[in-house]
Design a protein around this ligand. Structure first.
Ligand SMILES: Cc1cc2nc3c(=O)[nH]c(=O)nc-3n(C[C@H](O)[C@H](O)[C@H](O)COP(=O)(O)OP(=O)(O)OC[C@H]3O[C@@H](n4cnc5c(N)ncnc54)[C@H](O)[C@@H]3O)c2cc1C
Length: 417
């Protein structure tokens, strides 16, 4: 048994790396062990579908911190090590290689994995060799190697990751078809005007976006998908298929320890779990968003960072609740999308600016209250609305003024007294 009864952080990703350094900064004086099953130093995932996939950034530039930063903070890194189980009664974790490690505090930051796609025509025991998903550096390297100019790529799923892969693949000269079963892309997360705009942007870039495209089956030869057949009778030939249908939280050990469900590890706004000595942060958690009174998983870098900082504080005996407004970004072609708030329950969408000029905001309102906003190539507007949504007062606006660019956004968003 290793002699380390301090803070053990499982999952050396965005949340785990932040939590380790934040715990040290916030006064944790005992040992910190950050362990993860990937072989690399903790790195940023967002570029995997963007600059890294199209060869515009190298892997070294993705590192969240250099090894020296962990050394300087006395954080021991253990890479290539996988958690198998948590033994809460005796405060130990067990690794897959059988080693037991004691902890006084445990942080679970195990993220998620790509949701597997299974369809008629595939052998579930032997997934097709050209069916790819994207979560890790290894996935991105495999995708990069498979995407050459002229390759025919079929992307299953018109969510953010699928659309980013489509955009990056187009810049590599790949022929891309996106198959989205819903009537529009980003149906779960964006309003109709943004879905329409993004669809048009992809079509203008040469992507064949098929919405309402229900897949009937795939046809395989030599365990490779050669064709995707749709319910409407159309078929799309394929050299490579990417499934971008969301993620599953890595919660098996937490479920076995009685700390989680299939939806994630429930945490409060301090990142505390049901066990007083265990916190959790990032994509593996399931939380209540007080501002919107909704329970959900937030799969984003800003959320991983905020939860990690709250968890670090809680471990150090301080209550620093995470009350940040959820936000997210996506880069596709020359488009910088920034999204803030949760739009569920909106009854009106207000557009400010001109989608045809590739610069506009979309506001989601319930009555006169702004719930959320999407900004396309409008970072200054995004910052203003993010600040406004983060203020303690609900933001009520005149929808006409919101759409009117001659009225400064700052004036429209000012709290009404
Ligand atoms: C392709 C892609 C693009 C994205 N783009 C954006 C974006 O533009 N904007 C944005 O905000 N977010 C984006 N995200 C989401 C963002 O990357 C995640 O929300 C963030 O990485 C979550 O951090 P995390 O620490 O919870 O999980 P991760 O960063 O996934 O880290 C979890 C780590 O735990 C490890 N692990 C899992 N199980 C075990 C175990 N049993 N034992 C040991 N280690 C384990 C995993 O291998 C992983 O290394 C993107 C994600 C992907 C995949």
């Amino acid at each position: 048994m290793q002699n380390n009864s301090g803070l053990v952080i499982v999952g050396a990703g965005q949340a785990g790396s932040e939590l380790a350094l934040a715990a040290r900064q916030q006064g944790w004086t005992h040992p910190i062990l950050l362990l993860g099953d990937e072989p690399d130093l903790p790195y940023q995932r967002p570029p995997l579908s963007k600059t890294y996939l199209c060869g515009k950034s190298d892997f070294a530039s993705l590192a969240l911190r250099q090894a020296a930063a962990y050394e300087a903070a006395c954080v021991s890194l253990r890479l290539g090590a996988r958690l198998k189980s948590i033994h809460r009664q005796n405060h130990t974790i067990e690794l897959e290689d059988g080693e037991h490690i004691p902890y006084s505090k445990l942080a679970l930051c195990t993220g998620g994995r790509a949701r597997p796609w299974i369809c008629e025509g595939m052998n579930p025991l032997l997934p097709p060799t050209n069916l790819l998903t994207l979560r890790t550096r290894a996935d991105a390297d495999a995708m990069r190697a498979a995407l050459r100019a002229g390759t025919r790529l079929v992307v299953v799923g018109g969510g953010y990751v699928g659309l980013e892969v489509a955009a990056s693949a187009r810049t590599l000269g790949v022929h891309v078809t996106v198959l989205e079963a819903q009537p529009r892309v980003l149906a779960r997360v964006a309003g109709q005007p943004l879905s329409d705009f993004i669809t048009n942007a992809h079509r203008a870039a040469g992507v064949d976006v098929k919405t309402g495209a229900e897949i009937h089956r795939v046809v395989c030869e030599n365990n490779s998908i050669v064709r995707v057949e749709l319910v409407d009778g159309n078929a799309v030939p394929a050299d490579v298929v990417v499934a971008g249908i969301g993620m599953l939280p890595n919660t098996e050990a937490a479920i076995a320890a009685g700390l989680a469900t299939n939806e994630g590890i429930p945490v409060d706004e301090l990142s505390a779990t049901a066990d007083p000595d265990i916190v959790a942060a990032g994509d593996c958690t399931f939380q209540h968003i007080a501002l919107y009174d909704q329970h959900m998983r937030l799969e984003s870098v800003p959320n991983a960072l905020e939860q990690a900082r709250s968890a670090a504080a809680w471990i150090c005996g301080q209550a620093k609740p995470n009350q940040a407004v959820p936000w997210f970004w996506s880069d596709q072609y020359d488009l910088k999308l920034q999204l803030v708030g949760l739009s569920q329950g909106h009854d009106r969408c207000v557009v400010r600016g001109q989608p045809e000029q590739r610069s506009f905001c979309l506001f989601y309102l319930r009555g006169n209250r702004i719930l959320a906003a999407d900004a396309v190539n409008r970072p200054a507007d995004f910052m203003q609305v993010r600040r406004a949504l983060g203020s303690p007062h609900a933001i009520h606006v005149d929808p006409e003024a919101l759409a009117d660019e001659s009225v400064p956004l700052k004036v429209t968003l000012a709290p009404q007294v």
